[in-house]
Design a protein around this ligand. Structure first.
Ligand SMILES: Cc1cc2nc3c(=O)[nH]c(=O)nc-3n(C[C@H](O)[C@H](O)[C@H](O)COP(=O)(O)OP(=O)(O)OC[C@H]3O[C@@H](n4cnc5c(N)ncnc54)[C@H](O)[C@@H]3O)c2cc1C
Length: 406
């Protein structure tokens, strides 16, 4: 998300109007502050606001709607710095870095690493190739090792295993943590385990009392086993780090990584038809509801963005979209990194289906609808106008990129 502070004129008007029933709720409230011992204190009662009917309302996006709370969300809290000057041991994490940034799965893993590191250990993140992340410190990275070089770029699991072996030789981490994901960590972790001759604990969702508990039996059973050195963890295996800031000190390998004689040649990414991607696996979903008035324009926008199409139940019931595109409780539960909801009100059945999406963008006429409350970014207005502007912006961006490349 950008640092641009979005203004909410209605909330600002309420904050100025002392006679408005929501006036008190729109005044700046302190939800977290640093206690005398340096630990961040939070006031759970400060979350949400009392609506005009006396019922407490809580904003589902986590970032409060409304002027006052928006203002506090924009103010960065200076978290206490966690330092490990001389680590007694390391816990190594190999984040997937999908799109060059830490995913929520990676952040969960860093949270788990801190549980295992305690006060004396340091969390060492091993990142391959170029990245775009600038929040390693707040995600909980004490030491950052970037393995650069074209030999690690693209699909190069054998070379990456070589890199991890070099890290293992130099830092001898007490534990290795990788995301058990389809985007890299699942395969890399298993290859690395085979190279080390160690048995990894897979699909781990909890680490407790020197035991790790993983899913087994087609996800229907739990398998508890003694804490393994190599852990391939599932999403939500731990709470991400949120109360401390870390040094993210750069470290380097003292040896060069030997080039593996690769048996795999990466021929590059292959363009796929976004419409052919199953909803549950799509990373970027462009979803339409009853507020879409021009379905031809909707399809053209999805194509221009290269997004997979989704729909609300009303859009499906009205025959504008196929049944397998329905998102929600009685459709597909999606896990996209970006979910754009065009003219969708945000009924609870729909919101249930997008609960695991990373970033939600809402395009809607009604600034008070539930989808806007859930969204990380909202655009209020007529859907057709906004979609046309979106296509024009995408085309302008592509033309510029083509000109730069020429
Ligand atoms: C048992 C059960 C299961 C259900 N399962 C699902 C499910 O899986 N998935 C699902 O989606 N629903 C499901 N529903 C239905 C759900 O309750 C809602 O009725 C449905 O999600 C509403 O769809 P909608 O938001 O597209 O339409 P509406 O509720 O009609 O909302 C349309 C939105 O578009 C906006 N709008 C209107 N015109 C424009 C415009 N020109 N430009 C921009 N915005 C505009 C409006 O402000 C409004 O917010 C289920 C219901 C039941 C009872």
């Amino acid at each position: 998300m950008s640092d641009i502070i979005r203004r909410d004129p209605r909330a600002e008007w309420i904050a100025r109007n002392r006679l408005h029933p929501l006036h008190a709720a729109m005044q700046p409230a302190q939800h977290s502050w640093m206690g005398p011992n340096g630990v961040i204190r939070k006031n759970p009662h400060g979350i949400g606001f009392i609506g005009p009917n006396g019922i407490k309302r809580i904003d589902r996006s986590g970032a409060q709607q409304g002027g006052a709370t928006k203002r506090t969300a924009a103010v960065e809290v200076q978290l206490p710095l966690h330092q490990v000057p001389a680590p007694a041991f390391y816990i190594s994490v190999v984040p997937d870095m999908v799109g060059g940034r830490l995913s929520s799965h990676d952040r969960d893993l860093l949270g788990l690493a801190h549980q295992l590191a305690g006060k004396d250990g340091a969390v060492l993140a091993v990142v391959f190739g170029e990245h775009k992340e600038n929040a390693f410190a707040t995600a909980g990275v004490d030491r950052l090792l970037v393995l650069e070089g074209e030999q690690f770029s693209g699909y190069a699991p054998e070379q990456r295993v070589q890199g991890l072996r070099a890290v293992d030789n130099q830092f001898s981490p007490r534990h290795w943590l990788l995301p058990d994901s389809r985007t890299g960590g699942g395969e890399l972790g298993r290859r690395f385990a085979a190279a080390l001759g160690e048995r990894p604990a897979t699909r781990v969702w909890q680490v407790k009392d020197q035991e790790c508990i993983g899913r087994a039996g087609a996800g229907l059973q739990d398998l508890a086993r003694p804490l393994a050195r190599l852990i391939l963890a599932a999403v939500e295996c731990a709470e991400p780090v949120s109360e401390t800031r870390h040094e993210a000190l750069p470290v380097e390998l003292s040896t060069t990584v030997a080039r593996s004689l690769s048996r795999i040649e990466d021929l590059g990414a292959v363009a796929v038809d976004p419409a052919a991607i199953p909803m549950a696996e799509a990373e970027f979903i462009f979803s339409g509801g009853n507020g879409v008035k021009d379905w031809g324009l909707f399809h053209r926008t999805a194509e221009a963005l290269g997004a997979t199409e989704g729909a609300s139940r009303v859009a499906v019931d009205d025959g504008f979209m196929a049944r397998d595109r329905q998102v929600g409780a009685s459709g597909t539960w999606v896990t996209a990194r970006v979910y754009v909801a065009v003219g969708i009100s945000g009924a609870i059945q729909h919101l249930q289906g997008i609960g695991a999406c990373d970033k939600v963008v809402a395009i809607n006429l009604d600034p008070g609808c539930d989808m806007i409350k859930r969204a990380d970014l909202s655009v209020i207005g007529e859907s057709a106008e906004i979609l046309q502007a979106l296509i024009a912006a995408v085309e302008a961006y592509r033309n510029e990129a083509r000109r730069d490349a020429a």
